[in-house]
Design a protein around this ligand. Sequence first.
Ligand SMILES: [Zn+2]
Length: 719
Amino acid sequence: MRIAEVIIPLPVPEPFDYLVPEEMVLAPGDHVLVPLGPRRVWGLVRDVRETPATNRNLKAVAERIAVTPLPANTLAFVEWASRWQIAPPGDPMAIALRGLRSEPPRPPKRLVLTGEPPSKLTAARERVLEAAQAGSPTAVALAEAAGVSTGVVKALIDDGALTWVELPEDQAFAEPDPDHAPAALNPSQAAAADVLGQMIRQGGFQAALIDGVTGSGKTEVYLEAVAHALRADPDAQILVLLPEIALTQAVIARFAQRFGVEPAEWHSGVSGPKRRRVWDAVVAGDARIVVGARSALFLPFRKLALIVVDEEHDSSFKQEDGFIYQGRDLAVARANIEKAMVVLASATPSLESLWNAEQGRYRWLRLSARHGAAQMPEIGLIDLRETPPEHGRWLSPPLVEALADTYARGEQSLLFLNRRGYAPLVICKACGQRMTAPDTDSWLVEHRYTNRLVCHLTGFSMRKPDKCPHCGAKDSLTSIGPGVERIEDEVKSLFPEARVAVFSSDTVPDGQSARELVERMAGHEIDVMVATQAAAKGHNFPMLTLVGVVDADLGLKGGDLRAGERTFQLLAQATGRAGRHERPGRALIQTWQPEHPVMQALKAQDRDAFVEAESAEREAARLPPFGRLVALVLSSPDPSALEAVARNLAAAVPNAEGAEVYGPADAPLALIRGRRRKRFLVRADRGVDIQGLVSTWLSRVKVPASVRVVVDVDPYSFL
Ligand SMILES: [Zn+2]
């Protein structure tokens, strides 16, 4: 008899065994329906094995689904990802099968004349035929154009005078042309593109890091790598990963310009039927270039030749809920499984990638100069201890003066503050209480546009009350600290004539609105833009010559492992927006601690010095990339059950050379959505099998259903 091991896209610990019915032909990668309890669920065949009769009471596979099987490499990648992240295989499989949730869209049809005259011709019928000649697409549109009922149109179809035809294939999957419109490269770009071309022709798994200052033209270089891959293999598929949907439209336009056709698009903003079409085209090998968010990594590529990870340092590549993974790291793993090339690109590469480049694992391609006539901006620190803002204001006199100069010259400014809303905190003047979410240990953020108090962690929101909910005092609630909306107010009061806009995920919720705002800024319809990190990267504004960082110290608080690195990257990206064209730019950074190494490195524009200092600290503590971390987050609505599991886990910690376990400790956010939280942290030397260690540890402790244990391999969030 034959047994199929089936991965079910649900968080169950392992594949389930099913009998394969006598007459059914099944192979790894096949899609099936299998019984699970009272339901039938979609599953994916991991393996089929012959076995002598078994006494296990196995259920049989109900049906083989007629969908193209998952390619072997995609299946191998899903299984690898599951082991690496210490998660059930169904979790990454669910992402791989996400495009299949909708029915494939029917090809669009329209009505055309057959050329046969109808058996009888009335005035109404004549008008319909005239409208059809003019090209009305549907029965309803034809009837409307002719001023008749759809019955008349249907009668003409029955009569043989009109017929339905399918529209031609979507243009999205047309063949890209590697020689459509090559860009003129400067010598530094051309040298890097040549190396990538050689690596691609050589074939097999290889990795490269394009490391170039903001504005050095990294995109042109990786576009040439894509061209090389297309030329090297007529069936090659290419995946380009971006950290933010807001950047997708601009990158898609660049691809369309360079290769003559639009690439396929894959992210949460793509609708169900369209997703299905992309999924089908990827597995068929028809979608040659896919531009997307991290989840595009799980698409069923037939012949993946190249993966590009743009802005590789960006922490948005880390998926923080559901199946937790780091998209950049998994991109390298997938390229390895596919024997493909992976190109990482950044102006401020992560310490991990720089370390890999130093070790010779990644080919290191440094682009030194800015593209064209542009110079690096001049960067100055504003010491807030010496020149503080006026009371109740957030912009210091030197920054206000710079804004005034820039505005007077008819140039644009960008004020950067990585805080949404109006104020990050609301307190009661009468009783001193902070406004917090009812079931979560987090402060509520005031949003003036909507007049609501919002928890950014859980999405909880409430109308801002007139009275303090704690003491009942009227009009006592005070907004503390600035968000982008408050900075907008301040700029408007300083420069009443200036055109001011806010760029944050609240004002720019989707790709369309992001594109519109970017176009307005590029067209100089805005004088001052106040922006969160949503606008810190990728965009080019010719008249932008001043960048002001409102609170440079913000990211350094909280003290997690990557606080310094992230702050440096974010501020280097933000200040790099200034002066990207002919006009010289400058950046001013407001800080209370100008002597901090991050601020000094930014001022000197000396990334290498920063990386060296930061690396030395990490190496001394054996922290990533010099060691490895896994976090365990326990949560439960039942505090005593939580305590018991934490105690049992603490007692079951395995002994391992080169590894330590810290905890349990209350998580910094000890309550989220009514669940109490505790954390463990495992640190191990690079040679230690940390996944094996954690799996063994977890297998020793029974966890009741009321307690959730989330394993976060290589954690970025320490909340
Ligand atoms: Zn109060």
